[in-house]
Design a protein around this ligand. Structure first.
Ligand SMILES: [Zn+2]
Length: 348
């Protein structure tokens, strides 16, 4: 049987949890279960009586079952708080950032729609990147859940499609954090929200389609009932009076309304996005200052060379906070605005 994405993420998570708390974990070749050896207090925190126990990916009475529905997340949360700091700080030292000439790279990476750009000085520096992990869940008539990692440049606020920061070779624990957790949570949450909606789109479509189908069925059923209001009484064969028809119609419509609101309630979707952990990785980088000239006004912006992706990172649109590589600038304060926000502004 092939393992689901959640199963394999949970196995990876359990492995990291045990190993980072000072235990050993040995998975069976088919990945369905593992033998774990941990210190006594850690076993207790994971709800186990012995310091050697089984971890299983399927529900079981024996050992620890990895599932999002059972008590595993609560036990893991307790263990994380007690044994593993949920905020880690690491530094990446051996990464080469030897680029010397950036003008051509800036020109090739960005489009300045209505301004001129001059590349000024470059400053090698150590930059903090924050990777956040969120548990995203949607609860409706059925449930959907996943784990979403998001990495952000804590200086520029740009979210980046880098998920492997924690797997880098040469990562060493660092002593001091270079950016506050509170600085990056909000923009990262916005990104994770959009990412949740993107990933859950098939689930939401399925729920919507089911709701539409049920709504249509209900409406067809009550439409047929409404038509019956005009029919003669089956026993007396008498035609209903206008008053009787009105009162039956009213009752049918009220009942339909009640059923539809019940149905909407059943299909309503409750979404929760919960931060689980955060790691700061300090990476050597190059900050490049560029001078943007819009008509007579000039303003200096800072863009960053990412040594890992070997690319310049995008910049933020000041209106929608999205990251882009193509910008329009406003006349007075030379504010960078993405094409879509620029067009919206034009139409107002
Ligand atoms: Zn925008």
């Amino acid at each position: 049987m092939s393992r689901t994405n959640i199963e394999s993420q949970l196995s990876d998570f359990a492995t990291a949890l045990v190993e980072n708390s000072g235990g050993l974990i040995d998975w069976h070749a088919d990945g369905s279960q593992a033998i774990v050896m941990v210190p006594n207090d850690l076993a207790k925190s994971l709800g186990q009586r012995h310091d050697t126990f089984l971890v299983k990916t399927q529900p079981s009475d024996e050992g620890l079952s990895l599932s999002l529905g059972g008590e595993f997340l609560d036990l893991a949360g307790r263990t994380l708080r007690q044994f593993v700091p949920s905020i880690g700080i690491f530094a990446m030292e051996d990464i080469s950032v030897k680029k010397t000439e950036f003008s051509a790279i800036v020109d090739a990476s960005f489009e300045w729609q209505n301004a001129r750009c001059k590349v000024l000085q470059r400053n090698p520096m150590i930059l903090p990147y924050h990777t956040w992990w969120f548990h995203a869940s949607l609860q409706s008539e059925e449930n959907w859940e996943t784990i979403i990692p998001v990495t952000i440049n804590a200086r520029s606020g740009v979210c980046l499609p880098i998920t492997e920061l924690m797997n880098l070779d040469g990562l060493k624990p660092a002593k001091k954090s270079l950016a506050e957790v509170s600085e990056t949570l909000e923009p990262v949450l916005r990104f994770a929200e959009a990412e949740t909606l993107r990933m859950a789109a098939p689930f939401i479509q399925r729920i919507d389609a089911r709701r539409e189908r049920d709504r249509k069925r209900l409406q067809d059923y009550y439409r047929a009932l409404l038509q019956e209001s005009f029919m003669p009484n089956k026993r007396t064969k008498m035609m209903p009076t206008g008053e009787e028809i009105d009162s039956r119609n009213k009752a049918v419509k009220l009942e339909l309304h009640r059923k539809l609101s019940e149905m909407d309630e059943r299909y309503s979707c409750n979404a929760v996005l919960r931060p689980i952990a955060m790691a700061e990785v300090q990476m050597p980088s190059i900050a490049i200052d560029v001078e943007i000239q819009r008509k007579v006004q000039k303003r200096i912006f800072r863009i960053f060379w990412n040594a890992l992706t070997r690319q310049l990172e995008p910049m933020l649109c000041t209106r929608c906070q999205g990251s882009f590589r193509s910008f329009w600038f406003t006349n007075e304060i030379v504010e960078p605005v993405c094409s879509s926000c620029h067009n919206k502004g034009q139409n107002c």
